[in-house]
Ligand binder design. Structure first.
Ligand code: SF4
Length: 448
């Protein structure tokens, strides 16, 4: 979601006549969009901004800003940590970033032109805006034009009303707020008109989209209504969504996978733990048996479905038996992949105050054990695909070898093959899978 929010901000700067540069030395403004999910991410954002302060020596008018979750949760305090910082903008104010930065930058440039001698005295101004704003979810809707873009992210909602005991998101992103279906469809139509073939619908709790704002219709949740509406867009081939919550996989959504063929055969389905006692401590409102049942129902609805998951190891109070229950569930459900996180304390969350905090050594050991199991399963699954034909959406040159092309299967597996980038990018065709190195597949394209 941060990537998508950053794109929206970049688009506003481009519209305002700025150019986006990847070289920070050339920049007149440097903005860091921050994540608070892990402490490590915050420390990285603080360190990076500290180091980049040196650019003001060559470029006295440069504007520095933080946006996003850490900006929201730390607010004005950040000015104390980073003296050269100019702008702090929270998660409901992305649409104001351009105005704040542009104003400061213009004032500085004008002052420098009028009074070059004052150039050392230009930095007494700063802006901090972390207020809530009604309707802010509707402001993440524009995209930066990219050559040969085949896939795009579409933000459908902001915030989360759940209160998982380890998570800082409800504090940094606010309450659930969905965008109207018609606006989302219009955005998707605009993307498809520019050549996009696949959209990923984004939300912190995406499959509960609109539950507090929009009514059910014919027993269908607002999310399923949205999927049906997006499915109608001509020229769109694939629909994905992240991140869902297990309680949002109700019968209507499971059924949608039987009659909406554009829905990709992949779900990311955060399990977090295989132990009921830990799930309870995490304030995740489902049990292990329910999670397994939903996976089984989803696979019955879509037999070639790939399921990936998120797991936290080393949550406070996690015993060897709890951890083993997670390992057993990972094996039982034969996940296609899993993102494993070592529990890390987040400020102002209930879990940070819980008894039974585990030593880092134990968390790391469990992380390694689980990682090994996940890798084993993923490698075996991909090996079973060798010799099959997979339908691939070609996204262009491979990131690691620009001479080859890459694409993704409906199950979201990366496939590498040879071909003509100009002709094949954005096309969907079969690839005969001939090899795998674990997580990537290699094959021969069969584009006629
Ligand atoms: S559902 Fe997801 S975003 Fe919401 S509180 Fe739980 S972990 Fe955080």
């Amino acid at each position: 979601m941060n990537e998508r929010d950053s794109e929206q901000v970049a688009r506003m700067f481009v519209e305002g006549g700025y150019t986006v540069t990847t070289n920070e030395r050339d920049a007149d403004a440097i903005l860091v969009n921050t994540c608070s999910v892990r402490d490590q991410a915050e420390q990285k954002a603080l360190g990076k901004m500290g180091i980049m302060g040196k650019y003001r020596e060559q470029n006295p008018h440069i504007v520095y800003g933080y946006m996003g979750c850490m900006a929201q949760s730390r607010g004005k305090q950040l000015f104390k940590n980073i003296p050269h910082l100019d702008v702090v903008v929270g998660t409901q104010k992305y649409h104001k970033v351009f105005e704040y930065v542009d104003n400061i930058l213009r004032r500085r440039l004008e002052k420098r032109m009028d009074h070059p001698a004052l150039s050392l005295n230009l930095h007494g101004e700063s802006v901090c805006d972390t207020e809530e704003e009604k309707g802010s979810q509707n402001t993440i809707r524009d995209h930066v034009a990219q050559e040969n873009q085949t896939s795009a992210f579409v933000s459908i909602m902001q915030g989360c009303n759940m209160r998982c005991s380890f998570c800082i998101v409800p504090d940094t992103r606010g309450a659930e707020r969905g965008r109207p279906i018609a606006d989302i469809v219009q955005e998707v139509e605009g993307l498809v008109a520019k050549g996009v073939k696949e959209v990923t619908l984004l939300g912190q709790i995406v499959n509960l989209y609109g539950r507090t704002e929009f009514p059910q219709v014919d027993g269908k949740s607002p999310f399923v209504q949205l999927l049906e509406a997006v499915h109608e867009v001509d020229g769109l081939n694939r629909i994905r969504f992240i991140s869902p919550h297990p309680i949002g996989y109700r019968a209507d959504l499971v059924k949608a996978f039987t009659y909406l063929p554009k829905l990709c055969s992949h779900i990311h389905f955060p399990m977090q733990s295989g132990s009921d006692s830990i799930l309870r401590q995490m304030r995740r409102p489902y049990k292990h048996a329910k999670f397994v049942e939903i996976c089984q129902n989803m696979k019955a609805a879509r037999p070639d479905l790939a399921i990936t998951t998120d797991i936290i190891v080393g949550f406070p109070g996690e015993t060897e038996e709890d951890f083993q229950a997670t390992v057993d569930t990972v094996r039982e459900l034969d996940f296609d992949n899993a993102f494993i996180f070592r529990y890390s304390k987040r400020r102002n969350t209930p879990a940070a105050e819980m008894d039974g905090q585990l030593p880092e050594r134990v968390k790391e050991e469990r992380n390694q054990i689980l990682l090994k199991v996940v890798n084993e399963l993923a490698v075996a699954k991909n090996a079973r695909l060798v010799g099959t034909r997979q339908q691939v959406l070609c996204t262009g040159p491979s990131r690691t070898n620009r001479d080859r092309l890459m694409g993704r299967t409906s199950q979201n597996k990366i496939v590498i093959f040879d071909g003509d980038a100009e002709r094949m990018t954005g096309q969907i065709f079969d690839v005969l899978i001939e090899d795998t190195t674990g997580f990537s597949l290699y094959g021969t394209a069969e584009l006629k």
